[in-house]
Design a protein around this ligand. Structure first.
Ligand code: C2E
Ligand code: MG
Ligand code: MG
Ligand code: MG
Length: 273
């Protein structure tokens, strides 16, 4: 009887797994057609220089418009990573973002920040993709910031190290994204020649004495390394005042602007600067 019960639960488990795999395959198929049908687009969110109050850079943020809804990248990027579509999608984002920057009248005054996923960092075709995007748009490499989430540095040290040195050779800037939330260690990060640290918005939005201490320590560490800090998720005037007083160099958040499509970004820029 015990045996039969076990067998029963195994087959229930198998069925559940099978159903999950089917859903995953379906979602992958949807994503594949989304790419083909042009349902993906890139939005841009300004990052402001605290000292000059001007736009320092804009972050390119991927959007998937599905029927009349936007599906969050937090949902479909993990799917794209698992299904092997991410290198292709990432290359598309990089090209789109640099093409847009090259068209903007204020494009020379700002830089472009593009997120790079784990799959892209592990892909040995990445530097070729990077070279061709820079070449075809004539954007200076120093005008491109690649945002790499901290947790990427927790995986394969050798591979990631090789990729990082390719980026350094090309003179693009490196930002550590979501700093303080990943599973990386400071000893790992010490070998990464980063230019910017992005302080995760959780430290700004759930403010405690401890989170303030972490922000202060992060800013101090960045200064010692000769790097700049960007604080994410600034939604209120209080947060802005508070985080600038703690010494962050650049601020990003809904307080300044939400991510916008290219046309809205241009209007926003012209209205404000
Ligand atoms: P991230 O790189 O940390 O990007 C910042 C996220 O915070 C964006 O979410 C942005 O819309 C949101 N945000 C900005 N200011 C505020 C604020 O004041 N309050 C709140 N609550 N949120 C704010 P989004 O666009 O949904 O993107 C989520 C994540 O998806 C990104 O986090 C990034 O990890 C990933 N992602 C987005 N686009 C790409 C891409 O093209 N490639 C890769 N690899 N990842 C991407
Ligand atoms: Mg980012
Ligand atoms: Mg971030
Ligand atoms: Mg984040």
């Amino acid at each position: 009887d015990q045996k039969r019960k076990q067998r029963g639960s195994v087959s229930v488990f198998n069925e559940a797994l099978h159903a999950e795999i089917k859903i995953e395959q379906k979602q992958c198929e949807r994503l594949r057609t989304a790419i083909e049908n042009g349902e993906l687009s890139v939005f841009y969110q300004p990052i402001i220089d605290v000292n000059t109050n001007t736009v320092f850079t804009v972050e390119a943020l991927l959007r998937w418009k599905c029927e009349d809804d936007y599906i969050s990248p937090a949902v479909f990027i993990p799917l794209a990573e698992r299904s092997g579509l991410m290198p292709e999608i990432g290359a598309w984002v990089l090209n789109r973002a640099l093409i847009d920057l090259s068209h903007w009248s204020f494009g020379n005054e700002i830089s472009m920040s593009v997120n790079v996923s784990v799959a892209q960092m592990l892909d040995d075709g990445f530097s070729k993709i990077l070279d061709s995007a820079l070449k075809s748009t004539q954007i200076a490499p120093t005008q491109l910031h690649l945002e790499i989430t901290e947790s990427v540095f927790a995986i394969d040290k050798k591979l990631i190290g090789e990729r990082v040195s390719e980026l350094v050779d090309r003179n693009v800037k490196i930002s550590i994204d979501d700093f303080g939330t990943g599973y990386s260690s400071l000893s790992r990060l010490q070998s990464i020649p980063f230019d910017f640290i992005k302080i995760d918005r959780s430290f700004i939005q759930n403010r405690t004495e401890e989170s303030d201490t972490i922000i202060r320590a992060t800013i101090l560490m960045a200064k010692e390394f000769g790097c700049k800090t960007i604080a994410e998720g600034i939604e209120t005037a209080e947060q802005k005042a508070h985080v600038s007083a703690l010494g962050a160099d650049y601020l990003q958040g809904f307080y300044y602007a939400k991510p916008m499509d290219a046309n809205n970004l241009i209007s926003w820029y012209n209205e404000n600067y």
